[in-house]
Write a protein that binds this ligand. Sequence first.
Ligand SMILES: C[S@@+](CC[C@H](N)C(=O)[O-])C[C@H]1O[C@@H](n2cnc3c(N)ncnc32)[C@H](O)[C@@H]1O
Length: 267
Amino acid sequence: MAGDPFDEKLAEWQAWCAAPWGRLRFAVVRETLRRQAEAMGAADGGLRVLDVGGGDGRDALALAEAGHQVTVLDPAAAWLAEARRRAEENGVAERLETVEGSIDDLTHVGADYDLVLCHFVLHYRPPDAGDIDRLAAVLRPDGRLSVMAPNAAARVIMRLTREGPEAALAELASDGFESAVFATAARTVTTEEVEAAMSAAGLVLVGRYAARVANDYVSDDALKDDPDYFAALERLELALCDREPFVRLGGMWQLVAERPLRPARRE
Ligand SMILES: C[S@@+](CC[C@H](N)C(=O)[O-])C[C@H]1O[C@@H](n2cnc3c(N)ncnc32)[C@H](O)[C@@H]1O
């Protein structure tokens, strides 16, 4: 769509994904999603997954490769075409379908999903959009919802290490930021806000993770082009991604919540 900041920035996004920090983000999430499938008794595949705002299908592709059936919903047609191309290239086209649409209306993608993802979308959405309610509504009982967004606190530290204390103070005072990749405004989404919305939607938190816990503290980005350094950094990221207090420090957070078999009784 002309004028859509995402559709027009696919090349910039792909460059970001190919950079060491992008590769680390996807490596960590591949592992945290693998753990969800394992916990749901589907380590070898078979889950029905909906990836809302799934873009060019990177998380979706990892799940399709693991044997799950994934629907990627996104308003950006060029990104969805790229998701299909990548699925074809990786031999999993029959397990990845794309639907052009918005999180505003999930009625046309059906319901009863085992796993629903909404990664890096909510900070581009208004705070009162009711997105968590809509995401929770398409889960089957016992199904899981995974939400990811940037960590505002980590951005303060990242700016400190790269630009100094004045930049960190400015970051601390702001309630949003401009996405460097998409050149568009984003708001701060907190884990507290999303946990409260999950709980109000009747979901129970079952997982808390972070990606880029270590990466963002290493301001010498050139180091990460060294394959041995990168491999060690990736091992460190995987070792830290689910441990307190590191999960509070990552450049991006991930929360996973489950829809209970029976709704919690309100006293
Ligand atoms: C930063 S990308 C994240 C892509 C993918 N979820 C990931 O984490 O790799 C943001 C995505 O949100 C999508 N998006 C923007 N507005 C949306 C909306 N109203 N409903 C669903 N997706 C939306 C964009 O088209 C884009 O694909």
